[in-house]
Design a binder for this molecule. Structure first.
Ligand SMILES: [Zn+2]
Ligand SMILES: [Zn+2]
Length: 200
């Protein structure tokens, strides 16, 4: 994981702003294992201040996605950007993650994952496991997976952290098969699709 692959087929995991190092490492470890690709942790980049909504005091996931899609990330097949700040899209109060189906950049926000529904704080391990689930779900979208009806599948839509806790850390057989095909296909330049917000 820590060893650079030169990025050709790998997935980059990049903290944006101040993000706990352990969370980023855990996400990278799970990404590498689930997709059987090298996952490199990139140096942190600064939060794009222009994507802060001054009224909501949250960061606009769509604008961040657009900004990151304009960056090269030379050679990396996919990029997972990890945030501590709260992300939103206009129609939702917040999102855990965001990615375009078939796109290249996935966003994961820890902000709501490190709190339980009742406001209590779970152990860090619980928060990081949720982050790994959101990351794998978003990367699943990047490899063209839509949402899955199977509640025992990572591609099932999670409306809250309770749902997320019930979701196992694995794809169902059907999604795993589609993923396998997508991973063995040569990287293609995909068309733009609508972002898939994941949150409540
Ligand atoms: Zn599935
Ligand atoms: Zn989703």
């Amino acid at each position: 994981m820590a060893k650079s692959t030169g990025g050709r087929d790998g997935i980059a995991v990049m903290p944006v702003g101040e993000v706990p190092e352990l969370a980023v490492k855990i996400v990278a470890t799970h990404v590498a294992e689930a997709f059987q690709v090298p996952a490199d942790v990139l140096p942190a980049c600064e939060l794009p201040r222009e994507s802060l909504d001054a009224r909501r005091l949250q960061y606009d996931a769509g604008r961040i996605l657009g900004a990151l899609e304009r960056r090269a990330f030379a050679g990396y097949r996919k990029v997972v950007a990890v945030f501590s700040v709260d992300l939103f899209i206009p129609i939702f109060t917040h999102v855990f993650g965001e990615a375009r189906q078939g796109g290249r950049i996935a966003l994961v926000s820890l902000a709501r994952l490190v709190r339980n529904v009742d406001g209590s704080v779970p152990s860090p391990a619980v928060g990081w496991t949720r982050a790994a689930k959101v990351a794998l779900h978003e990367v699943g979208h990047l490899f063209d997976l839509p949402h899955c009806q199977d509640e025992r599948c990572l591609m099932h839509f999670s409306g809250g952290v309770d749902d997320l806790d019930q979701t196992p850390l694995q794809f169902c057989r059907y999604c795993a098969l589609i993923l396998h095909d997508a991973l063995s296909a040569p990287p293609a330049v995909s068309g733009r699709t609508e972002p898939a917000p994941d949150g409540p």
